[in-house]
Design a protein around this ligand. Structure first.
Ligand code: AHR
Length: 301
């Protein structure tokens, strides 16, 4: 069912603003901050949206509570970015029973609820991992890789890891640990990894923030990031691209957070009961050290 079935049976559109409950998973990274800004800039009263925005601080229980509050408030459309993939069956069934259509944003869910959401809009995380893996395979085929994982069980972690590991091969990965997509936890995980895997010479980090934390850990341990240990990252926030210009990161696969306008358009169509594709992929590119300072300065986030 490409239109999402039950999830599309919202109340008939009225003339007032569309009441939208948006559950953001947190504020863990530069990417997330840029994504939140983009959402808030697009889902405005001028654009016909009455927005309730709730930040779950990376806690699934907070997110489930926010979703239940949206049901109680009788919003027209729920949009949410799930912190992890599983554990949503009960609340998604409650939303479905309340006949509120769901737009999934950024991350994905793994649920037994049929037609739990109308449509999903986000990046192809597996392709991001594949792109990173292909660069490593071409440029550092014998690398001893340490992998800094994002929030365990999140779509971004699961799929980036699957895409990357398939290309480089498990035998080239000396160790893995999660840094929960934050700079502080990325730094701590890297400090431990430098002790545990002294032979590593390449870091694949699932986002820029953890990679930037890892740089601090490497420098404190007397290692030169980008030379002694190559760094391949995902996101392409300005700080990450600056690290590329500074030759501390070696390659960055973009994950574009600025798609608030596409979310707005999707919500309006969902509310109007229009046909929508089951998924919309946000376009990504990739950057190497040929990026210029001017390009980084021109970056919007
Ligand atoms: O889900 C997207 C990921 O979440 C971004 O890559 C990361 O920075 C964020 O925390």
């Amino acid at each position: 069912d490409e239109t999402g079935g039950t999830g599309g049976q919202s109340a008939a559109p009225g003339s007032g603003p569309i009441k939208v409950g948006f559950s953001q998973l947190g504020a863990e990274s530069g990417w997330r901050t840029a994504n939140t800004e983009s959402v808030k800039a697009s889902l405005t009263a001028e654009n016909g949206i009455d927005l309730t925005f709730v930040d779950a601080q990376q806690k699934q229980e907070n997110q489930i509570k926010a979703l239940r509050d949206f049901i109680d408030q009788g919003v027209d459309v729920i949009a949410f970015s799930p912190v992890v993939e599983t554990g949503w069956d009960e609340v998604l069934q409650e939303i479905k029973d309340a006949e509120i259509p769901v737009v999934l944003v950024d991350r994905t869910v793994d649920t037994t609820v049929v037609d739990a959401y109308v449509t999903w809009i986000g990046a192809d995380f597996e392709a991001e991992g594949t792109t990173a893996g292909e660069w490593v395979t071409v440029n550092y085929p014998d690398a001893k890789i340490f992998e800094l994982q994002g929030t365990l069980g999140s779509g971004a972690q699961v799929d980036r890891e699957a895409g990357f590991d398939t290309i480089v091969g498990q035998q080239n990965i000396v160790g893995k640990a999660s840094g929960n997509f934050t700079r502080a936890e990325g730094k701590a995980a890297m400090e431990a990894a430098l002790q545990a895997y002294p032979d590593m010479d390449l870091l694949f980090t699932h986002n820029d923030d953890m990679g930037l934390g890892a740089i601090e850990a490497m420098e404190a341990a007397g290692k030169k990031p980008g030379e002694d240990i190559q760094i391949v990252s995902v996101d392409g926030v300005r700080d990450g691209l600056q690290a590329l210009v500074d030759k501390k990161f070696n390659y960055v696969v973009e994950c574009n957070p600025v798609f608030g306008d596409q979310i707005l358009d999707t919500i309006k169509k969902v509310y109007a009961g229009e046909q929508l594709p089951r998924e919309t992929i946000v376009f990504d590119q990739a950057f190497d050290q040929t990026i210029t300072q001017a390009e980084v300065d021109a970056r919007a986030y």
